[in-house]
Design a protein around this ligand. Structure first.
Ligand SMILES: Nc1ncnc2c1ncn2[C@@H]1O[C@H](COP(=O)(O)OP(=O)(O)OP(=O)(O)O)[C@@H](O)[C@H]1O
Ligand SMILES: [Mg+2]
Length: 286
């Protein structure tokens, strides 16, 4: 038996998969009562060359399912990198649930699925271990008293979370297969499961639907809607206007700065879309 099978064998599986365990947090933790998931003020960012984001001011309410859209190179992924503390803004400030990015990341309250996973697909790691990796931050922050529990018992909640996350994205039957053997869409579902297992208040998903078939997309939106209903904040980047219109509570259009933000029916109009996608890229230096 490998490690994943052992931890799975140790799990006393619930008879029915009920509501997500995070529900308890909604009542308990003051973080979940914060009105804003993200507050960005006068943000600007650049890599080696000209600015890729300028004057980004954005208030994103907590507890919503939000879609970010915009042209290639418009700065959407860069915005997520700023929100994850992977990149520092040139100027401006970004807060998550009213506190600094560093604080919320240390609290393990942000789950992030990057656009391109930095994974060596030949590395012999199975799907189960990838998803269990979403729990590592939580394992580190556990109280020392847990060390006195029998090892099987101590790991049980993590294995249950990984199990439920894989079941949610309908990938449980693949859990013992190497991640490198998964198709593009299956990999997306595994990394979504990893984010679900983290049990975070905020999920940042960069193009989670690319390569995913229509049926699985519907499943994923159903799951994201459930997370929102539990009080979590779910923000995804997508190029699919149709699904943003159908599923999102709010849409944000970004091209170098925020062009529009609001309910889909107000923002996904021909005029705003033209302004976003036909806008000429300009550098603040001219
Ligand atoms: N690591 C990097 N080094 C240098 N420039 C970068 C880097 N990452 C992104 N850029 C540049 O920053 C700009 C914004 O890129 P970003 O990835 O944020 O766009 P995006 O809106 O996510 O685009 P897409 O829809 O294609 O994913 C682009 O012009 C891109 O070339
Ligand atoms: Mg991107």
């Amino acid at each position: 038996m490998n490690g994943a099978e052992e931890s799975l064998a140790a799990v006393t599986l619930p008879e029915t998969i009920g509501t997500h365990p995070g529900n308890r947090k909604v009542k308990r933790d003051p973080l979940w009562r914060e009105p804003r998931a993200i507050q960005a003020t006068d943000l600007a960012a650049a890599y080696d060359g000209p600015h890729v984001l300028v004057n980004v001011n954005l208030d994103l309410p907590a507890g919503e399912l939000i879609a970010i859209l915009g042209p290639n190179g418009g700065g959407k992924s860069t915005f997520f990198r700023l929100a994850m503390g992977l990149k520092r803004p040139l100027v401006g400030d970004i807060k998550l649930f009213g506190r600094s990015v560093g604080t919320r990341i240390r609290q393990n309250q942000v789950a992030y699925v990057p656009q391109h996973e930095q994974v060596d697909w030949d590395y012999p790691i199975c799907v189960w271990d990838v998803v269990l990796g979403g729990r590592y931050g939580l394992m580190g922050s556990e109280g020392t008293w847990r060390r006195f529990l029998p090892p099987r018992w101590a790991g049980c909640q993590h294995a249950t979370a990984a199990y439920e996350a894989l079941k949610t994205v309908d990938m449980l039957s693949h859990r013992q297969r190497p991640i490198g053997a998964m198709s593009g869409g299956q990999k997306k579902r595994v990394f979504l499961a990893r984010a679900l297992a983290q049990d975070a208040a905020l999920l940042l998903l960069d193009e989670p639907l690319v390569g995913v078939d229509q049926q699985s997309q519907d499943l994923i939106f159903h799951v994201l809607g459930q997370l929102r209903d539990e009080g979590r904040s779910v923000i995804l980047i997508t190029h699919d206007l149709g699904s943003a219109k159908r599923h999102a509570d709010r849409v944000v259009l970004i091209n170098q700065s925020v062009i529009a933000s609001g309910p889909p029916e107000e923002v996904l109009t021909d005029e705003w879309i033209a302004r976003t996608y036909l806008r000429h890229w300009t550098s603040p230096e001219g």
